[in-house]
Design a protein around this ligand. Structure first.
Ligand code: AR6
Length: 176
């Protein structure tokens, strides 16, 4: 676990399973149709139970880089924010901006929901194939940019990484 302060907000990088986090908001790395799937999306839906999927079906669609929210079912959180990361296509399809938008738009929505704590997974770093080091830098820089740009009531932003490779990349980005 590693922590820095940006203003009055703690940014924490830790290893773990995001479905076990006790925070106001858990962020899901979803797909455009919010249909569930493998990876962290599958784990979150399994842990939350069926109510989350029925809310996702009603919403129906989320554009890449945007964020929507549902209640969090059986998770130890008030809400789940579903954001859709870009599929890595070599870096010439606006992937960097779209990935940054995921973090910024999720944080804006979290603030609207009056959250004081939020946990993110490594969006796009699994089946969507984003290079991990770059994704880690975009994540940390976008979070810092959000905190410097938008007034907010957040106290803690956690990045919860599932394996050593991802944890090490986010640790380096946090310390850079
Ligand atoms: N807790 C924290 N991180 C996790 C967990 C977990 N329980 N499980 C996996 N990860 P991915 P993407 C990590 O593939 O690349 C889904 O099918 C994983 O090791 O879940 O954004 C969706 O429906 C990786 O570092 O998301 C979409 O179709 C990170 O979470 C698609 O995958 C993200 O990997 C989205 O792909």
């Amino acid at each position: 676990m590693e922590k820095i302060k940006e203003g009055s907000v703690d940014i924490i990088v830790k290893k773990g399973d995001i479905t076990e986090e006790e925070v106001d908001i858990i962020v899901n790395a979803a797909n455009n149709r919010l249909l569930g799937g493998g990876g962290v999306d599958g784990a979150i839906h399994r842990a939350a139970g069926p109510s989350m999927m029925s809310e996702c079906r009603k919403i129906g669609y989320c554009p890449t880089g945007e964020a929507v929210y549902t209640t969090a079912g059986n998770l130890k959180a008030k809400y789940c924010i579903h954001t859709v990361g870009p599929i890595w296509q070599g870096g010439f399809k606006n992937e960097e901006k779209l990935l940054s938008n995921c973090y910024i738009n999720s944080l804006k929505l979290a603030n609207k929901l009056n959250a004081s704590s939020i946990a993110f997974p490594a969006i796009s770093c699994g089946v969507y194939g984003y290079p991990i080091e770059e994704a880690a830098n975009i994540a940390i820089n976008s979070i810092k940019k959000f905190l410097r740009t938008y007034p907010n009531n957040l106290k803690e932003i956690r990045l919860v990484l599932f394996n050593d490779t991802t944890y090490n990349a986010f640790y380096r980005a946090l310390k850079a």
